[in-house]
Design a protein around this ligand. Structure first.
Ligand code: C5P
Length: 432
C-alpha cells in the first residue's frame, strides 16, 4: 500500500465512523488518502476530523470553484490508484447504477476510468429491496466490485440482517487486491503530482522528457529505454506548483500531464529546435535521455539485406548537447538550469564532472545500472549535485522525486528572488 493513492468516497450512514479507523490504518501502511464526502456523510462525521487524519483537504462540493480550477472531479478520480466507496448507501448505489452526477461523489464516480470497490452499509430491508439488488447486479455487470455487507446487528434497535459495513481489516484486504494497488500493478496515471506546493506562479518552466529516436532508414531507428515517466512527473509537479509549463517530449507511451503545453519531437535536433523556440524560461529541467549520436546518412529507402554481402556499417555523428547549449547561452539562459545524469557506475563522480562540463546549476544523478529498474520503472533514487554540495534522497516514486525537486526549486528561487521571465517576454513584445 506504500505510496498508493486511495480516493475514499464516503456517503451517509452511521458506519461512516469506521472510516476514521480505516484512514488511519491506510496511512500507517504508507498510502495517501483523499476523501470525498457527500452531504449526508457530513452529518455523521465532520470533514474536519477526516481532514485531520488524511492531512489533506476534504472534498465536498461539486461547485467549489476553487477546486474545479485546481483539482476538479476528473482529476480526483484520475489521480487515484483505486477508489473505495465506503460506506455506500442505497441512494449512492442507485445513483451509480443509473449514471447520476448531481453531487461531487456521484460526479467523480461517473467520471472515473476505473471501477471502484464498493462497501455497502444500510438497513437490511433496504439492502434486500429488489431495487437495490437490481442496482447492485447492474453495477457488478459493469465491473464494479462489492465487499459486504456483513450480516449482523444493526445500529438501530431490534434490527439484524445483511447491511453492516465490513470491518476495517477486510476492507484493507479487499482494497489491496484492486488493480492499481495489488503488488506489481502499474499505478494509474502516474504523471500527476499528489502535492500542491504553489510558489511557481507567473514563472515559465521548460522540461525535456523521454528518449529521442534517431532514424536509420524510414522504418528503423536508434532509441533508448527512457519512458518519460520522470520528466512528465516533473512537468506535472511544476504545473501543480503554479508554473506555466512547456514539456518537450520525445516519443513516449504515457499520457500528457494535464494543463501543460506538450511539444512532441522525435530526434535530438528537433528537440533542441523546440527547446529554443520555447525560450525564454525561468527554469529549464533537462530530463530527456537524448541520443548522443545520429546516423550520418539516413537511407531514403529501407536498407535491404544483400545476399552474401557484409552487414551495412552505420556511421554515427554527434547530436547537439541540448542541456549544454542552453546552459552556456550568453543571452536568455534560464535562471536555473537543471540537468540529469543517468549513470551505471561512479554516479557522483560523473555527476560532478558533468555539472562543470555542461554549465548547469544542478545535476540530478541516478544509478540506472541493470537491476535498479529505474529506466522505465516507477521508482528512482537520486542525488542532487550542485556547486558546493550534494544531497542524496531516499528511494521514492518518480512522482515523489518530481514533487521534491519542484519543492527544492521553489526554495532556491525564493532565495534568489528571481524576476519572472514574463518580464523578458514583455520586453520582447515591446521590441526591446
Ligand atoms: O552527457 P549525458 O547524456 O550523460 O548528460 C545528461 C544530461 O544532459 C541530461 O540532462 C540530458 O537531458 C542532457 N543531454 C542533452 N542533450 C544531449 C545529451 C544529454 O540535453 N545531446
Amino acid at each position: 500500500m506504500k505510496n498508493k493513492r486511495i480516493l475514499l468516497i464516503m456517503s451517509g450512514g452511521i458506519a461512516a465512523y469506521k472510516c476514521l479507523e480505516l484512514i488511519r490504518r491506510l496511512r500507517d501502511k504508507g498510502a495517501h488518502v483523499r476523501v470525498v464526502m457527500t452531504r449526508a456523510a457530513q452529518q455523521f462525521v465532520t470533514p474536519l476530523s477526516v481532514s485531520a487524519l488524511t492531512n489533506e483537504k476534504v472534498f465536498t462540493d461539486l461547485f467549489d470553484l476553487n477546486d474545479e480550477r485546481e483539482i476538479g472531479h476528473i482529476r480526483l478520480s484520475r489521480e487515484a490508484d483505486a477508489i473505495l466507496v465506503a460506506p455506500a448507501t442505497a441512494d449512492l448505489i442507485a445513483k451509480m447504477a443509473n449514471g447520476h452526477a448531481d453531487d461531487l461523489a456521484s460526479s467523480v464516480l461517473l467520471a472515473s476510468d476505473k471501477p471502484p470497490l464498493v462497501a455497502p452499509a444500510m438497513n437490511p430491508r433496504m439492502w434486500m429491496n429488489k431495487a437495490t439488488q437490481r442496482n447492485v447486479s447492474q453495477l457488478e455487470a459493469d465491473g464494479v466490485r462489492f465487499i459486504g455487507p456483513e450480516v449482523g446487528e444493526m445500529a438501530e434497535a431490534n434490527e439484524a440482517g445483511p447491511g453492516r459495513l465490513v470491518e476495517v481489516p477486510a476492507l484493507i484486504e479487499a482494497l489491496s487486491k484492486m488493480p492499481g494497488i495489488a503488488a506489481g500493478s502499474e499505478p494509474s496515471d502516474r504523471s500527476h503530482s499528489m502535492l500542491k506546493h504553489g510558489g511557481l506562479e507567473g514563472l515559465h518552466v521548460l522540461v525535456t522528457s523521454g528518449p529521442t529516436h534517431e532514424p536509420i532508414d524510414p522504418v528503423r531507428y536508434i532509441a533508448n529505454r527512457s519512458s518519460g515517466k520522470q520528466g512528465h512527473a516533473i512537468a506535472a509537479a511544476a504545473q501543480a506548483a503554479g508554473a506555466r509549463v512547456t514539456l518537450v517530449s520525445g516519443p513516449v507511451n504515457i499520457p500528457d500531464p494535464e494543463g501543460v503545453e506538450v511539444v512532441r519531437v522525435e530526434t535530438a535536433e528537433a528537440m533542441l529546435a523546440a527547446v529554443e523556440k520555447a525560450l525564454p524560461a525561468d527554469v529549464g529541467i533537462f530530463c530527456a535521455a537524448v541520443a548522443d549520436w545520429h546516423v550520418a546518412s539516413q537511407g531514403a529507402q529501407k536498407i535491404k539485406k544483400q545476399k552474401g554481402a557484409a552487414p551495412p556499417k552505420l556511421e554515427l555523428v554527434p547530436n547537439p548537447d541540448i542541456l549544454k547549449t542552453i546552459a552556456t547561452r550568453k543571452k536568455g539562459r534560464p535562471d536555473l538550469v537543471v540537468g540529469f545524469a543517468a549513470e551505471t557506475e561512479k554516479v557522483l563522480e560523473h555527476a560532478r564532472a558533468k555539472l562543470a562540463s555542461k554549465g548547469c546549476d544542478w545535476i540530478v544523478a541516478n544509478d540506472v545500472s541493470a537491476g535498479t529498474g529505474v529506466m522505465g520503472g516507477d521508482r528512482n533514487k537520486v542525488h542532487v549535485v550542485r556547486d558546493g554540495g550534494q544531497v542524496s534522497w531516499p528511494d521514492m516514486s518518480k512522482v515523489q522525486v518530481a514533487d521534491a525537486l519542484v519543492g527544492a526549486i521553489v526554495a532556491e528561487l525564493a532565495k534568489k528572488k528571481i524576476a519572472p521571465a514574463e518580464k523578458e517576454r514583455g520586453k520582447k513584445a515591446r521590441g526591446k
